[in-house]
Write a protein that binds this ligand. Structure first.
Ligand code: SF4
Length: 353
């Protein structure tokens, strides 16, 4: 304890004075708070804010989100990536609306049972909305706590979270657990960031890392994520301003979103067209253009994509819709479908917005 103030008091003072003015911080209603936590799981605040606003405008209550069509929910999420988040969000909204009569669970142990909710999100909602003193641990908290308290446990190991939770459980404010948790996250995001601003930090004089010059080596993280490289050859089939797209049903990236006919693998242009000729008579198609290469990075995958634009006759278009899962869409209909960011980028590059 320094100057008669506990760590929690100093942190909450800092948070109260410096916190960013964000709309979900003006409420203790669990629905908007839960929505913000799911959106911000893999997304920066400035990027996530317009999505949170669109969702709150389209679905002001959890029951309205529960009753929405899946395509509409996916379309609103378009561009945010990590689509399992939005599928779990929709599933949980239906569960709360139908099984819990619209009442969001109010304790950590019940909130964590919801689909798509892990220890971090459950602790955030329980503390912010229901004043339960459960510490949150996200990437920002790992960094700040590892440095300030001098915790050298490897954060890529699964058991390490418990070590941090135990340290923070002794520090968290019983009266203001939500402010404490948000202060931890905010301080880690803005001051004790990957390039820490120690000269402006009020915790400098009792910070373990500052005293020992270990800011750069904390937190300890040894595990590296394995990244797979994939090659996508998209065949953009069109006729009279109608495009063929299909819904991705397979258990793979972007399940539930719409994309074009896909030939996967590192192939020569001739090989892609040969693959296509198994489905379409070469005399019936005209290759208009092969795009430049598009690169798209996901958490565990690096995708390199080419787009082959083919003009086909109306009758080919029609027979493909009968023989495959492809369906024909006008430009306007296509723009309204939920699509991976990679497809949106390609269409925008073509001036189709
Ligand atoms: S002194 Fe530096 S390392 Fe320590 S808590 Fe402050 S910003 Fe982080």
């Amino acid at each position: 304890m320094i100057e008669g103030k506990t760590f929690a008091e100093r942190l909450i003072n800092w948070y109260t004075e410096r916190k960013r003015d964000l709309p979900w911080r003006k409420t203790q209603d669990p629905y908007p708070v839960w929505l913000s936590e799911i959106i911000l799981q893999q997304t920066r605040v400035d990027q996530g804010m317009p999505y949170w606003e669109s969702f709150m405008t389209a679905f002001p209550t959890i029951v309205e989100l529960a009753n929405a069509e899946e395509d509409r929910v996916l379309r609103l999420w378009q561009g945010l990536g990590y689509y399992s988040r939005v599928r779990n969000l929709h599933y949980t909204a239906k569960y709360v609306a139908n099984e819990l009569k619209g009442n969001f669970p109010s304790t950590y142990s019940d909130i964590i049972k919801l689909k798509g909710v892990g220890p971090y999100t459950a602790a955030a909602i329980a503390s912010i909305c229901f004043k339960e003193p459960t510490p949150v641990v996200d990437g920002n908290v790992f960094r700040f706590a590892a440095r300030y308290f001098g915790i050298a446990a490897d954060i890529s190991k699964s058991g390490t979270r418990k070590i941090f939770e135990n340290v923070l459980a002794k520090e968290i404010s019983e009266d203001h657990p939500g402010e404490f948790n948000q202060g931890m996250m905010e301080f880690g995001a803005t001051v004790c960031s990957p390039s820490p601003q120690c000269s402006d930090c009020e915790f400098q004089f009792d910070c373990h890392a500052f005293a020992n010059h270990t800011q750069k080596s904390l937190p300890v993280k040894t595990g590296k994520t394995k990244v797979t490289k994939r090659y996508f050859n998209y065949i953009v089939l069109k006729s009279n301003a109608h495009f063929l797209l299909k819904k991705r049903e397979e258990k793979d990236v972007w399940s539930g979103l719409f994309d074009f006919f896909l030939v996967e693998g590192e192939r020569w242009e001739e090989e892609v067209l040969a693959e296509l000729s198994k489905h379409i008579d070469p005399a019936e198609m005209t290759l208009m253009e092969v795009s430049e290469s598009f690169k798209h990075i996901l958490s565990h995958q690096k995708i390199e994509a080419l787009f082959f634009e083919l003009e086909v006759s109306d009758s080919v278009l029609e027979s493909l819709t009968q023989m495959t899962t492809l369906k024909a869409y006008s430009v306007e209909e296509m723009l309204n479908l939920p699509k991976p960011k990679l497809i949106v980028n390609y269409l925008q590059r073509k001036g189709i917005k």
